[in-house]
Design a protein around this ligand. Structure first.
Ligand code: ADP
Ligand code: ADP
Ligand code: ADP
Length: 213
């Protein structure tokens, strides 16, 4: 399967991805995770992306298209993939279509994590992440057994620098202005499934499974 997850920050894309990935043996390509790794490693790409990400704005289309083009060539992606956080502009969606056309493939489904903006601040400001595994916790909704510690490895959890109420505001602006048109783009192709992303995680998972079965 070739899937795209679209939704505002905090809508649950990262929480559902590992479940979908394991169930269908797909690779999980999250441009945000890849960019954060590049920033942490201070690669040339990371140095370019850092400030833009801290402001909650989108980095350039060429930069992320290059990352995705490379990542999709990995052997683990040949059975299919989950694109999480990409494409985020119509230009990125058009580039992706070109890449897939060259391979003779196309997107099977776009999962639209539909949710009201008012819910997102609480989700984002309570988010804690285990960086190396991508496991996500929440101080109120999914607390770790020991605060600040990953349940599985015992390693420390971290909070994202851009997970503040102020930066969330500009990330949401970018979502509505630049990413919502991507949902329309795929609606015209008839491949969008709308999910009730405000529901508890287990219920969202059941909806995802219905759509993909
Ligand atoms: P995204 O990847 O879309 O930015 P995440 O999956 O990281 O979002 O979720 C953001 C935060 O909200 C995390 O702390 C996560 O534990 C929590 N969360 C995810 N899904 C739900 C849900 N359905 N209900 C309540 N909280 C959720
Ligand atoms: P979110 O929790 O908002 O879904 P992500 O982890 O997907 O956040 O992205 C974090 C940041 O990385 C974004 O605010 C943006 O600066 C950058 N980014 C990630 N994916 C893209 C993309 N496809 N196009 C442009 N910028 C991106
Ligand atoms: P139940 O079996 O009672 O539904 P769950 O473990 O699914 O129990 O969740 C109980 C509540 O905790 C849910 O309503 C949900 O909002 C929250 N929750 C569970 N897991 C997460 C998660 N990963 N992120 C955010 N919230 C979660």
């Amino acid at each position: 399967k070739r899937l795209i997850l679209i939704g505002p920050p905090g809508s649950g894309k990262g929480t559902q991805s590992p479940i979908i990935k394991d169930e269908y043996c797909l690779c999980h390509l999250a441009t945000g995770d890849m960019l954060r790794a590049a920033v942490a490693a201070k690669t040339p790409l990371g140095i370019i992306a850092k400030e833009t990400m801290e402001k909650g704005e989108l980095v350039s289309d060429d930069l992320v298209v290059g990352i995705i083009d490379d990542a999709m060539k990995k052997p683990s992606c040949q059975k299919g993939f989950i694109l999480d956080g990409f494409p985020r502009t119509v230009a990125q969606a058009e580039k992706l279509d070109e890449m897939l056309q060259k391979q003779g493939t196309k997107i099977d489904k776009v999962l639209d994590f539909a949710i009201d903006d008012s819910i997102l601040e609480e989700r984002i400001t309570g988010r804690w992440i285990h960086a190396s595994s991508g496991r996500t916790y929440h101080t109120k909704f999914a607390p770790p057994k020991v605060p600040g510690i990953d349940d599985v490895t015992g390693e420390p959890l971290m909070q994202r620098k851009d997970d503040t109420a102020a930066v969330l505001k500009s990330r949401l602006e970018a979502f509505h202005r630049q990413t919502e048109p991507v949902i329309d783009y795929y609606n015209k192709k008839g491949v969008v499934a709308k999910l009730p992303a405000e529901k508890p995680p287990k219920e969202v998972t059941i909806e995802v499974q219905k759509v993909l079965s």
